[in-house]
Design a protein around this ligand. Structure first.
Ligand code: C2E
Ligand code: MG
Ligand code: MG
Length: 750
């Protein structure tokens, strides 16, 4: 018999043990009556007791059944001994009936150490009357098994006469499952709240039931503003009513809709979102609910578009890039093939852009490229594809070409359009010309790469032909290109093989017919290619950067030669000039290199002169001036070479620490025949003098030129009239044996 039922059985036992007193009047009769009565009373009592017992047993059974049915267990807690008595009802092995067993365990052993404090607090509160009942959740340890989360409820059931609580009793149940479920619910709620995606739940009428935090962040609507309102709140004008109808119908029919759509935020801004809307499982049709998970993909989409843009357009000029050009050209070829049409491809490269870029800096270079792109587009209009291939290379696709001549006309127009200087930053003007190569479909190629390659080849020929011009591709050009490639290869070995040497060309003062100096000119006698002209290999050396090494060799070689001449007793005022490339000037350490070479060779700084071309010095006067000043500080004079071929003005040159201007041969050539060239040359001389600059005329070949120059006050002349460039030995004897020529008399000194 379970202990907890003892109270009732105890009571029955006590009633059964008591005797009723008998009457003693007639001892026999009374004795008999008494016996009968006693038997009767006993029978009645037995009967009553049996009833009570049966009733008690029934109550116990009912309690057991109630406990079993509800999954509860019975407990009692003895306040004095702190022992818990448990009545555990568990199903038997077959799960059909139940077994009850009983335990007595000290409370500290029964409850998990981490939960004991909470349990004791609940008991104390109840004992002290702060609470009417005990409710406590705790892990219960039974039979060495895993602790089981249990919720106990109970109250005081026995008190001392003074009212102190002696015993508490109640029921307890296993709540591990519901606790787990609750925990999962809490986690789910937490996840929902911390999700980056907006989650909303709508009812069968598409009215909001709940939304999460991200929903508010993304749409701008708070939970209060949405609950009960229609999901149409977020509808965007970008979709028509039919779109939303279709979406809802799909959802109702298939239980899911996903895709990208535009929605509108509370502030009116439209945003693109990726959306998955699903019906909540298990709901009856009338109570359907839908969960929508929505992420804002506007940025992602924009990034995608940007990537697409980057892949197809040049960010500097916003023109299509090589990839886009290939695609457009391919399409144009397909169209042309279908209709028997022609396409012209112009390949355009800006002349001496590298020099400009090196001397003005890359930021200015970028602005020039942008301005050039604009100029090109303005000239060609929107109907032709203008693309930038990289660097200073542009291409133009001319579709529906009527004739080759039409492509050439367009090339000419582009060159003319570049006659006016480009304006960069609204104030600075830069003159830059393009060289253009032309290839034609179908004559020169069937695929984009072929057409581009051939137009490129033609462009190189245009450069070789003196720049600022165009050339149409022909097969002979490929040979020239191959030569160029092999030349570059050979050039790399030039210094090791000792294939370079210098030629010296003297110059003469017109005032006193004295040889004032020589210009050192580079010569390359290649084993494979024979004599290669500087105009052919110097651009290659500049492109590859080899010019730095070669330039230093020239500098040292020229100074060594001058030193030797001086040892041979040559006039110490005689100067040697060398040509300097933009790349050399660009290098910060060039002044140190010059100083070192002067020191090593013992040549006085005043006896060396550096010749720089106009394009190197163009614009950005501040930076160039600072760089040039380093040479002036060394005492090395600077000359501007080929003056008149670039676009610099004398006023601009005034800002640079120059000492000499060399008028280009192209002006000198026609001074005696072309009044324009004569006027230009005499103006240059006058203006240069007014700026304190010495003037040297280059490429002087005739007596007439000498006469003109002398009469206009030109200081010195250089050219075949005096002497062609020659090797050092020959030059030394030329200078030594120099006698003013009879023709000079005819020229007449000023
Ligand atoms: P540049 O500095 O203007 O040199 C003058 C060019 O004119 C030389 O051509 C010279 O031989 C040529 N010349 C001189 N007098 C006459 C004449 O009366 N008639 C004709 N028709 N030509 C004349 P070259 O030697 O072919 O040099 C061409 C250019 O190569 C030079 O022009 C210079 O810019 C460059 N160059 C030569 N040597 C070097 C060098 O060591 N370094 C660098 N960076 N460039 C050099
Ligand atoms: Mg020169
Ligand atoms: Mg020159």
């Amino acid at each position: 018999m379970p202990q907890c039922l003892n109270s009732w059985t105890d009571a029955a036992g006590a009633a059964q043990g008591k005797n009723v007193p008998t009457d003693p009047a007639d001892p026999r009769l009374l004795g008999a009556v008494a016996i009968v009565l006693a038997l009767l009373v006993a029978a009645i009592r037995r009967h009553r007791n049996r009833r009570m017992l049966r009733s008690l047993r029934q109550r116990g059974e009912r309690l057991k059944m109630a406990l079993w049915a509800t999954g509860e267990h019975y407990w009692e807690y003895d306040v004095g001994s702190r022992v818990v008595r448990l009545l555990l009802v568990e199903p038997d092995a077959h799960g059909l009936s139940d077994v009850m067993h009983e335990r007595e365990v000290p409370v500290e052993e029964l409850i998990h150490p981490e939960d004991i404090a909470g349990v004791e607090r609940a008991i104390t509160d109840c004992i002290q009357g702060h609470t009417r009942s005990v409710v406590a959740d705790a892990r219960v340890l039974l039979d060495e098994g895993e602790p089981v989360w249990t919720r106990a409820r109970g109250r005081v059931v026995r008190r001392s006469p003074q009212g102190a609580a002696l015993r508490l009793a109640g029921t307890a149940r296993d709540v591990s499952r519901s606790r787990q479920a609750e925990r999962e619910r809490r986690i789910a709620a937490q996840v929902l709240h911390s999700m980056d995606e907006a989650v909303s739940v709508v009812d069968a009428n598409f009215n909001f039931i709940s939304v999460n935090r991200a929903f508010t962040r993304i749409t701008g609507y708070t939970a209060e503003e949405t609950l009960g309102r229609s999901a149409a709140l977020l509808d965007s004008d970008q979709h028509d009513a039919a779109f939303y109808r279709h979406m809802r119908a799909t959802l109702q029919r298939q239980g899911q809709w996903k895709g990208e759509m535009w929605q509108r935020r509370k502030d009116g801004e439209e945003f693109l979102c990726r959306l998955v809307c699903s019906a909540v499982a298990g709901a009856s049709p009338g109570e359907a609910q839908y969960v929508t998970v929505l992420s804002d993909v506007t940025r992602e989409k924009r990034a995608e578009e940007e990537l697409l843009y980057l892949a197809n357009f040049d960010t500097l000029t916003n023109l299509p890039n090589r990839a886009m050009l290939s695609e457009r050209l391919s399409r144009a070829i397909v169209r042309a093939r279908r209709h028997g049409g022609r396409i012209g491809l112009l390949f355009l490269d800006l002349d001496r852009f590298k020099d400009v870029n090196d001397s003005l800096g890359h930021a200015a270079g970028d602005r020039i490229l942008r301005a050039a792109a604009r100029r090109l587009q303005q000239t060609l209009g929107a109907e032709h594809t203008v693309a930038r291939l990289g660097g200073d290379e542009f291409t133009v696709v001319l579709e529906d070409l009527e004739s080759a001549a039409q492509a050439e006309r367009t090339a000419r127009e582009i060159i003319m359009a570049f006659e006016a200087p480009l304006e960069i930053d609204g104030h600075q003007e830069i003159a830059i010309s393009p060289s253009i190569g032309i290839s034609l479909y179908p004559e020169h190629g069937q695929v984009p790469t072929e057409l581009i390659k051939r137009a490129d080849t033609a462009m190189y020929q245009a450069k070789a032909a003196g720049r600022r011009t165009f050339m149409r591709y022909d097969d002979a050009m490929d040979v020239a290109t191959r030569t160029r490639a092999t030349l570059s290869g050979a050039l790399r070995k030039v210094l090791d093989r000792g294939e370079l040497r210098l030629a010296y060309q003297p110059r003469m003062s017109l005032a006193d017919s004295r040889i004032t100096g020589v210009e050192a000119l580079l010569r390359w006698s290649s084993d494979e290619h024979g004599e290669v002209a500087p105009a052919d290999f110097i651009p290659l050396a500049e492109e590859s950067g080899l010019i730095l090494e070669i330039g230093e060799w020239v500098l040292r070689e020229a100074c060594l030669m001058l030193g030797r001449w001086q040892q041979h007793g040559l006039d110490p005022t005689l100067a040697v000039s060398i040509n300097v490339s933009a790349l050399q000037l660009q290098r910060g350490d060039f002044p140190q290199v010059v100083r070192q070479v002067l020191q090593d060779t013992g040549v006085a700084p005043g006896s060396l002169e550096l010749e720089l071309t106009e394009s190197m010095l163009m614009a950005n006067a501040g930076q160039t001036a600072a760089r040039l000043q380093a040479f002036r500080d060394l005492g090395v004079p600077l000359a501007i070479d080929d003056f008149g071929t670039g676009y610099s003005s004398l006023a601009y040159l005034k800002r640079l620490p120059l000492s000499t201007v060399k008028i280009d041969k192209t002006f000198v050539d026609d001074v005696s025949t072309d009044p324009d060239d004569a006027a230009i040359t005499s103006t240059i001389i006058t203006m240069a003098h007014s700026l304190g600059l010495k003037v040297i005329a280059e490429g002087v070949e005739t007596d007439a030129q000498v006469r003109f120059l002398a009469s206009h006050g030109c200081d010195e002349i250089q050219g075949f009239w005096l002497a062609a460039p020659m090797d050092g030995h020959a030059c030394l004897s030329f200078i030594r044996n120099w006698q003013p020529r009879p023709a000079r008399a005819a020229a007449g000194a000023p």
